[in-house]
Design a protein around this ligand. Structure first.
Ligand SMILES: [Zn+2]
Length: 186
C-alpha cells in the first residue's frame, strides 16, 4: 500500500511507498523536502505521481526502497518498436502495389489482386519482390517479438505504464487489422 497526501509546500497530490511513513521525501512537483504522514490523507487514486524519496532521514538503512518515478525506458522502447513494426508491416504491400496497378489498373478487386500475385509467384517472381518481402517480413517479426516482450516488462513498471499499454495494444491488435486490411485488399 502507498501513502497518498498533499504536499504541505505546494499543495500537489503525491504518493510514496508506506515504508516512507514519517520520513522525509522530496516532492516531485516543488522539489522541497516534506515529511510523509503515517497514513494516506485521502482515498487512493491510481494516477497520482509518486514522490521520489531522497536520503534525508538518518534512519534509512541499506534496505531502503529505491526512488520511484522517473522514466519507464522499457515502455518507451516498446512504443518505438511497435511503430517500427507498423512501418515494416506496411512496407511489403506498398512495394507490391505499383506492379499490381500496372497490370490491373487503379482499382483491382481483391480477387483479381490475389490471382495476379499468385500468378506472378508461380512464374518467376521479380527479385525485388523476394528481397523486399523477405527483409520486411524478418524486420517486422523481430520488431513484433521484441516490442511485445518490452511492452510486457514495461507494464510491470509502475511509472509511465501507459506507454507500455499503448505499445501492447498496437502489437496485440495490429495483426488483426493487418489481416482485415489484406482481406479487403489494400
Ligand atoms: Zn510540493
Amino acid at each position: 500500500m502507498a501513502i497518498q497526501f498533499h504536499c504541505p509546500q505546494c499543495g500537489n497530490h503525491i504518493e510514496v511507498d508506506d515504508q516512507w511513513a514519517l520520513r522525509d521525501v522530496a516532492c516531485p512537483f516543488c522539489r522541497k523536502t516534506v515529511n510523509a504522514p503515517e497514513q494516506s490523507t485521502f482515498p487512493p487514486d491510481r494516477d497520482t505521481p509518486a514522490a521520489a524519496p531522497i536520503l534525508i532521514d538518518a534512519a534509512i538503512g541499506p534496505g531502503a526502497a529505491p526512488a520511484r518515478g522517473g522514466t519507464n525506458v522499457v515502455a518507451i522502447v516498446a512504443l518505438v518498436l511497435s511503430c517500427l513494426w507498423l512501418v515494416t508491416g506496411m512496407a511489403s504491400p506498398m512495394l507490391i502495389r505499383p506492379a499490381v496497378v500496372d497490370a490491373l489498373g487503379q482499382n483491382p478487386t481483391p480477387r483479381e489482386m490475389q490471382d495476379f500475385i499468385q500468378d506472378q509467384l508461380e512464374r518467376q517472381p521479380p527479385a525485388s519482390w523476394l528481397i523486399a518481402g523477405m527483409v520486411s517480413f524478418l524486420a517486422s517479426a523481430v520488431f513484433w517479438i521484441a516490442g511485445l516482450v518490452c511492452a510486457i516488462i514495461g507494464v510491470g513498471n509502475r511509472t509511465r505504464r501507459r506507454f507500455a499499454l499503448a505499445a501492447f495494444a498496437v502489437l496485440a491488435l495490429g495483426p488483426i487489422f493487418v489481416c482485415a486490411g489484406l482481406a479487403t485488399g489494400i
